[in-house]
Design a binder for this molecule. Structure first.
Ligand code: DGI
Length: 154
C-alpha cells in the first residue's frame, strides 16, 4: 500500500461557523497525514450539485444543496497511507447520533443534517480523485517531503 494516497475533505458550513476548522485539521495532523491543499470557499449551486450528484434523486437533495451553499466551507486534500479509508474512520458514520465518541461527527455533532464534515468515500473507488479534481486545480496542490515521514512509516 502506498503512503501517498490522497483524499478530499471539506469542513461544512456548520463546522466553519462553529469554529471547528482548527480542531479538525489538528486531528488529521496528529494522525500523521500530510496536508497538500487547502482553501476556504463559498460553493455556488452548480458546484454543490455536481459534488452531490449521486444524491440528485433523494428527497433531501434540495436541503443538502441549500445548506452546503449557505456559508463558506473549508476544502482540503490530505495525503498518507490508506488516507481515504482512515479519514472516513476518523469522521464516523453519516449520522452523528450513530457515530462513536472519538470520531469527529461523534464528538461534535448530534444531527444528520449538521454533520460537520465531508470526506471521500473509500467504498466508492475513484471518488477521492474525482472530488479533488472538482475542487482543486492541479497548481493548488503541493508536492513536498514531510520531514517526519521516516518516523511515521517503516
Ligand atoms: O458520505 P456521507 O456524508 O457520510 O454521507 P452520504 O454521501 O450518504 O450523504 C451526503 C450527505 O447528505 C450527508 O453528509 C448528510 C446528507 N444525508 C444523507 N442521508 C440523509 C441526509 N440528509 C437527510 N436529511 N436525510 C438523509 O437520509
Amino acid at each position: 500500500m502506498s503512503n501517498d494516497e490522497r483524499t478530499f475533505v471539506m469542513v461544512k458550513p456548520d463546522g466553519v461557523q462553529r469554529g471547528l476548522i482548527g480542531e479538525i485539521i489538528s486531528r488529521f495532523e496528529h494522525r500523521g497525514l500530510k496536508l497538500v491543499g487547502a482553501k476556504a470557499i463559498q460553493l455556488d449551486r452548480e458546484l454543490a450539485e455536481q459534488h452531490y450528484a449521486e444524491h440528485e434523486d433523494k428527497p433531501f437533495f434540495d436541503d443538502l444543496v441549500e445548506f452546503i451553499t449557505s456559508a463558506p466551507v473549508f476544502a482540503m486534500v490530505w495525503e498518507g497511507k490508506d488516507a481515504t479509508h482512515q479519514v472516513r474512520r476518523m469522521v464516523g458514520e453519516t449520522d452523528p447520533a450513530e457515530s462513536p465518541p472519538g470520531t469527529i461527527r461523534g464528538d461534535y455533532g448530534l444531527d444528520l443534517g449538521r454533520n460537520l464534515i465531508h470526506a471521500s468515500d473509500h467504498e466508492d473507488p475513484g471518488s477521492n480523485e474525482r472530488e479533488i479534481e472538482l475542487f482543486f486545480d492541479e497548481d493548488e496542490l503541493l508536492d513536498y517531503e514531510q520531514v517526519t515521514a521516516e518516523w511515521q512509516y517503516e
